[in-house]
Design a protein around this ligand. Sequence first.
Ligand code: NAD
Length: 254
Amino acid sequence: MMRFSGKAVLITGVASGLGRAVAQALATEGGRLTLVDRAKEPLDDLVADLHRRGCDAICIVGDVAEERTSKEAIGLTLRHFGKLDILINNAGINPTGSISQTDPATWQQALDVNLKSAYLFCREAIPHMINAGKGVIVNTASIAGQRASTAESVYGVSKAGLIMLTRSIARDYGARGIRANAICPGVLESVMADRLTRMSPDQVLARDQRFAPTVPLGRLGTYEEIAKAILFLASEDASYVSGAQLTVDGGLTA
Ligand SMILES: NC(=O)c1ccc[n+]([C@@H]2O[C@H](COP(=O)([O-])OP(=O)(O)OC[C@H]3O[C@@H](n4cnc5c(N)ncnc54)[C@H](O)[C@@H]3O)[C@@H](O)[C@H]2O)c1
């Protein structure tokens, strides 16, 4: 299947985990990719790997919470590919703690990286999508944005905001040919990179052992499984899907 032949796709947060799996899957299906992350080395490794596979991929190293990163990334995409068909806002961080355990700097950083970044990239991309008469946006939210998770206070707030940003774009720009959807993964095979730095291997194992039995399907999700759902939303297979929150959690929140 080559659903993305010739399509120009911009993805943020690709240096590891889910974003990397999405980039690899899009390359397999013919996508031409602009990759954005703040981690230079793994980003360069990914681009080199994609080039070896014959994928036309370019990259920008930058902080997605800064306006100039969105301007640079979309400007580069338009210069290199002549268009932007699909925007996937996937970069995120995972601060933990209840509200009283969350200091104002952590609160602000979570909202900047998880929510403001998507606003900035959408704001920059939408005028070009309007000119083209079409465009697709997929935002990586979380089940933590749909119902409260223990000690994930600001993370959940940021993801709930991201879901509403997505719905608001679907409503405001549907008539201009733009679809916008959120993907809400459950608990995945790997703890997010920033949180991993605060956990010991024993804590990671305990997390996996604690969550897996609570999932009706009996296991954590893989990045490849979430990537398949993101590719569905990004593709023409989802031509009538807009403003949706696609939960992919093995039944955890059923
Ligand atoms: N892992 C899970 O269990 C899980 C569950 C639900 C939702 N998600 C969501 O999936 C997305 C990807 O998570 P993941 O598991 O792959 O985590 P990850 O930590 O492996 O990947 C996140 C990527 O975003 C990049 N990034 C972070 N802050 C950035 C910034 N300010 N500017 C540029 N790049 C930045 C990181 O360098 C990294 O490459 C996130 O939005 C996350 O909230 C993850």
